[in-house]
Design a protein around this ligand. Sequence first.
Ligand code: 5GP
Length: 193
Amino acid sequence: MESLKEKILIDGIALSEDVLKVDSFLNHQLDPELMVDIGKEFAKRVEGGKKVTKILTIEASGIAAALTTGLELGVPVLFARKKKSITMTDDNYVSQVYSFTKKEESDITVAKRFLNEDDHVLIVDDFLARGAAAFGLISIVEQAGASLAGVGIIIEKAFQDGGTKLREAGHPVYSLVRIQSLEKGKVYFVEEE
Ligand code: 5GP
């Protein structure tokens, strides 16, 4: 997705050789037009086959793109909670996720009444690094007995192993951009064939 690549080149900051900061349009401040385009792009990539019934993401940074994707596909958007709220009185699906950026393990929770075996789920998240967040969300889809349409990722860091692990496990991965490296403070994209 060329407009996203341009945005990353202009506004992205390589904090180290493995962390990219994009808080001016994705992780803190949001670019609404870009989010709408991202939703359209995910919807286009999953078109065909079985109809998606629900978008699943994880709070907080996945929500904006999940929302625009849900709007485009005309389906509800569900986000896994990182901290269990006192209002979550229902039965829940729970999965453990190790956070790449926060370096801590946490439970993610989804109320059982929002996901069941009739659902065909598209997972959406902002980044793919080691795959922990994506596999945690896939576990929730599996616990619900639902099927997986695929994993939509805004920025895949292809030099980390999450993408390989997901593809090897047979899950379709729709990455809008793939980063080859963040060496010496510069962003290099994977040359797509
Ligand atoms: P994973 O679970 O695949 O190891 O990491 C993905 C999660 O960690 C994403 O949900 C994202 O919030 C965060 N993350 C991983 N790498 C980066 C990065 O380079 N920059 C930012 N801003 N977040 C990242």
